[in-house]
Design a protein around this ligand. Structure first.
Ligand SMILES: Cc1ncc(COP(=O)(O)O)c(C=O)c1O
Length: 436
């Protein structure tokens, strides 16, 4: 059977009916074609051509427990028997909010939405309302969703950004050109530029929003002391610090990156991995800030907020992930290390200049001659066409990896998956060598 044949045909049909043929622009990055999935279970997906893939895309992060984990399936089945959405409160929301406040250091109170994009909008609104100021600092290469107010400077595959003066114009046609007037874009991991900007504009800045680990662009860790200094600078100037933990929340551990890095923001946004693959996001933060929602000073609405199916999945997911004192995370990290260590060895053997940045169960692979990639600027200089080719070869071997190079593991991945993956990677490296 020809690989990708049905997906190619379905994509053509899809393009006739669905704008762009995919439901999120990023999905069209998949080579040679956005695959159409027929079913998925555990660490594996099967496409419409009946080809099985070991999955390292994991739905772009949410599938912390893998596909259709029994704990999630049972929770949803029980809930759906008694209603899928009420437009009214239910006890599960209280239970979930309590759990989040228990685990996530900065979260004293919580507010639910469905997507990360929405959570970020609420966090920005709360910051402006709380501080009475307008400007927001964000960083080049971070992604905070696609809304007009923040969609900027996520230049995946675009021209090299200007390090000292990152792009701050709208990132898409149709974006309100005025929406970004109060957004200052800075290079990340550069404490001097942050200090200089805060010295100049501190009195006007409502919030600094950052991914605590730059997962979207290279899985880059903050430099020693960088987030601590950011925290200090923010506090000194009455600026709120927002950690966008839509990727890292519940993925690095139930306390997220803030617990791991021991830096506590004022607000956090959570999404992706919180609800085991169902749509649910949250903003958590200090009581006095979140209380602006409680007294209706800040509007926060959404028909599906606190959706019972998503909440039931989130509770089941937390129950599973909190077993044996976080041992579940340790197991996935051990597997991740096995994969990355052996991948590095293979690359060395085949003289392929591979660099891996890793954080727990997430890692970013890139072909680059840099020995260290600690800025977005360096990340952008990786060999994108060669990596695209590599992921295309991997897809043909039945290993699904994002062309951007960001890999996610889950509870469902096994030693067997890792062994098979490494064999397939070696085959791809061999092909790449022959084609050189
Ligand atoms: C750090 C971060 N924030 C926000 C978002 C937006 O989340 P969503 O796609 O659920 O709107 C994403 C999505 O990838 C993200 O990675």
């Amino acid at each position: 059977m020809k690989m990708f044949g049905k997906s190619k045909r379905l994509y053509e049909t899809s393009k006739r009916h669905l704008a762009s043929g995919v439901s999120s622009n990023l999905r069209s990055e998949m080579k040679p074609v956005p695959i159409f999935i027929n079913k998925a279970q555990g660490s594996r997906m099967v496409d419409e051509d009946s080809v099985e893939f070991i999955d390292y895309i994991m739905a772009y992060g949410p599938q912390m427990l893998g596909h259709s984990h029994p704990a999630i399936v049972d929770a949803i089945k029980s809930q759906i028997e008694i209603g899928q959405t009420y437009g009214a409160q239910h006890k599960g929301e209280i239970e979930l909010a309590k759990k989040i406040t228990e685990y996530v250091p900065c979260a004293e109170k919580v507010s639910f939405s469905s997507t990360g994009t929405e959570a970020v909008q609420l966090a920005l609104r709360l910051s402006r309302a709380y501080t009475g100021k307008q400007k927001i600092i964000r960083f080049d290469g971070h992604y905070h969703g696609w809304a007009d107010t923040i969609a900027i400077s996520f230049t995946e595959g675009e021209e090299l950004s200007n390090y000292k003066n990152p792009k701050s114009s709208p990132s898409t046609a149709g974006q309100n050109v005025n929406a970004l007037t109060d957004v200052i874009v800075l290079p990340w991991n550069d404490v001097e530029m942050l200090e200089a900007t805060i010295n100049e504009f501190g009195g006007e800045i409502a919030a600094i929003i950052t991914e605590p680990i730059m997962c979207n662009s290279g899985c880059i860790s903050p430099k020693q002391g960088y987030l601590e200094r950011m925290r200090e600078l923010a506090s000194n100037k009455d600026i709120l610090l927002i950690f966008d933990e839509v990727i890292t929340g519940f993925r690095l551990g139930l306390g997220g990156a803030q617990e791991k890095l021991n830096v506590t923001p004022d607000l956090v946004t959570l999404g992706k991995a919180v609800a085991g693959g169902l749509p649910l996001s949250a903003v958590g933060g200090k009581k006095e800030i979140m209380d602006l929602v409680s007294d209706n000073t800040v509007y926060h609405m959404g028909t599906q907020n606190g959706n019972p199916l998503s909440v039931s999945a989130a509770l089941a997911s937390i129950k599973f992930l909190s077993r044996k004192n976080g041992h579940v995370y340790k197991n996935i990290e051990t597997l991740t290390n096995k994969l990355t260590n052996n991948l590095e060895k293979l690359a060395e053997e085949y003289k392929i200049p591979l660099l891996i940045n890793k954080q727990g169960t997430i890692f970013h692979t890139m072909f680059t001659s840099y020995k260290e990639v600690d800025t977005f600027y360096k990340f952008q200089q990786r060999d994108i066409p060669r990596f695209n080719k590599f992921t295309e070869l991997l897809m043909a071997e039945g290993v699904a990896v994002r062309p951007s190079g960001l890999w996610y593991l889950s509870v469902a991945h096994t030693q067997k998956d890792i062994g098979e993956t490494l064999d397939k990677i070696e085959k791809c490296f061999n092909k790449m060598k022959k084609e050189q």
